[in-house]
Design a protein around this ligand. Structure first.
Ligand SMILES: Cc1cc2nc3c(=O)[nH]c(=O)nc-3n(C[C@H](O)[C@H](O)[C@H](O)COP(=O)(O)OP(=O)(O)OC[C@H]3O[C@@H](n4cnc5c(N)ncnc54)[C@H](O)[C@@H]3O)c2cc1C
Length: 266
């Protein structure tokens, strides 16, 4: 690893976004320095030892949005070369109610439709309709969620979609996306079991069941889990000592909080 004295780019914080930016910049030939105030890199992406030999990820656990995203496309082979291996199951989620009824969600659409229909006839068809509708708008919705709201890229995306769908069509999609989780579940599914499967997932996205956009996050998660399951890093992330790809031009500094007015030269 080289230790550049004068980096081209300094990145404050070492969460997944910082490390991704650092790795991509380092790969493009920039000298990158990452500064982290914690003793351990990775931000919310970390592993801890619960007991001897038992490693777990206390914060972010599943990497479905990562493995289906563009950054993984660019960096996946490098990560694999460094030993990062993702593991997934074909039954990524499920629910068990106190009365013993259960519903398992799989990566297979036909099995999911059958399971929802077994909970209540018609819930399966509704699930398929909702996921297909989300799939048709996925480019727009993932583009908005993944992009900087005040960027040229987002303005171009919205202009293109307004041209394609006409302004009223775009307004309809955006309005529909604001639906809260509770209203989506109660209007879409008859069975309390189907509803119970999705209800907790809005909390995972940091939203309550009445929050605007929480229904949309439920569909994002349903769509993503069916398409790519819930991949976790084999063995936890502790072993990978999250840092930019040091085979390129990166360096990693553990420093106290980097704040305004402080000059923290490596
Ligand atoms: C409980 C929980 C569960 C989650 N589960 C999932 C999941 O399963 N799947 C998923 O995809 N997402 C999950 N998320 C969301 C995911 O963790 C975040 O989207 C992601 O970690 C954000 O990454 P980041 O790089 O933006 O910031 P962070 O991960 O928050 O990292 C920021 C880093 O910057 C450092 N820092 C900040 N300011 C300074 C400073 N001034 N000087 C020096 N260092 C600084 C911090 O110490 C930290 O290490 C979860 C989040 C939480 C809280």
């Amino acid at each position: 690893m080289t230790a550049p004295t004068s980096p081209d780019v300094a990145i404050i914080g070492s969460g997944i976004n910082a490390l991704t930016a650092a790795a991509l910049l380092a790969r493009s030939g920039k000298r990158v320095a990452v500064f982290e105030r914690e003793a351990v890199a990775g931000g919310c992406m970390r592993s801890e030892e619960l007991a001897e030999g038992v490693t777990y990820d206390p914060l972010a656990t599943t990497f479905v949005l990562w493995v289906t995203g563009g950054a993984h496309g660019a960096l996946g082979a490098d990560l694999a070369r460094h030993g990062v291996e993702f593991c997934a199951t074909d039954t990524p989620t499920g629910v068990l109610l106190p009365d013993g009824r259960a519903l398992t969600y799989t990566t297979d659409r036909a099995a999911n439709v059958a399971a929802f229909d077994a909970a209540h006839d018609g819930d399966g068809a509704q699930l398929a309709r909702d996921l297909d509708a989300f799939g048709a708008d996925a480019g727009l919705l993932f583009g908005l969620m993944g992009g900087d709201p005040w960027s040229k890229q987002t303005a171009k995306l919205l202009a293109k979609e307004a041209w394609k769908r006409k302004p009223r069509g775009l307004a309809t999609v955006m309005g529909g996306a604001l639906q809260p989780m509770r209203s989506w579940l109660e209007s879409a599914f008859e069975s309390d079991l189907s509803r119970a499967l999705w209800a907790p997932w809005c909390l995972h996205a940091g939203l309550g069941p009445e929050a605007a956009f929480s229904g949309q996050m439920g569909k994002v998660i349903g769509f993503a889990l069916e398409a790519a399951s819930a991949p976790v890093v084999k063995g936890g992330r502790l072993q990978h000592g999250a840092r930019p790809d040091c085979h390129h031009r990166g360096t990693w500094r553990q420093r106290p909080h980097v704040g305004r007015g402080r000059r923290d030269h490596p």
